[in-house]
Design a protein around this ligand. Sequence first.
Ligand code: SF4
Ligand code: SF4
Length: 173
Amino acid sequence: MAGLKIDDAKVKEAIETISGFGGEALIKCVQCGACSSVCPGVRVGFNILCRMLIKRVLTGQLEETIEEMSTWGCQACNRCTEICPQGVRPMEVVFAFRRYQASELALSTSAFGPQMSLYEKGHAVTISPEAVGENRKKVGLPEVPPTALNNEQAQKEIQTLLDNSPMADLGIF
Ligand code: SF4
Ligand code: SF4
């Protein structure tokens, strides 16, 4: 990336932080913008995804970007990964940045619903058994899948884990 001063301590620290959360390939980004051109999140207005998010990290703007909610608009479609000519795997960078945000408790309010669902049902995203039970029965499956959804013990264990996690400090459970 033109102008990147890798000897800049702030830049180095930002790259190391995001690399530590699983986005280590971001250093190969040449800012071509191919990822942003196919990203459905960018198309609907989450501008700090893909190329822009990587630019922020590569220029050491972690603190300035931590409240940015675009990252939570990623739909994990991986189109960015498929098109990137540099093997950056932008979605991994997005998720690494989210982990950094979560570690600093900078969560989008849109993330609270799935967190509550995880706490109450053992799944961040669920479709109600009422909505899909009949269709499951038609193909010979139990109405409720054999997951934490119908396993009280598993749900309690998940709740214990979350109660003892930094997430509990947010007071949302
Ligand atoms: S497609 Fe790859 S190289 Fe191009 S901007 Fe996106 S991450 Fe960087
Ligand atoms: S995985 Fe996320 S960042 Fe990548 S193209 Fe899909 S929505 Fe955009």
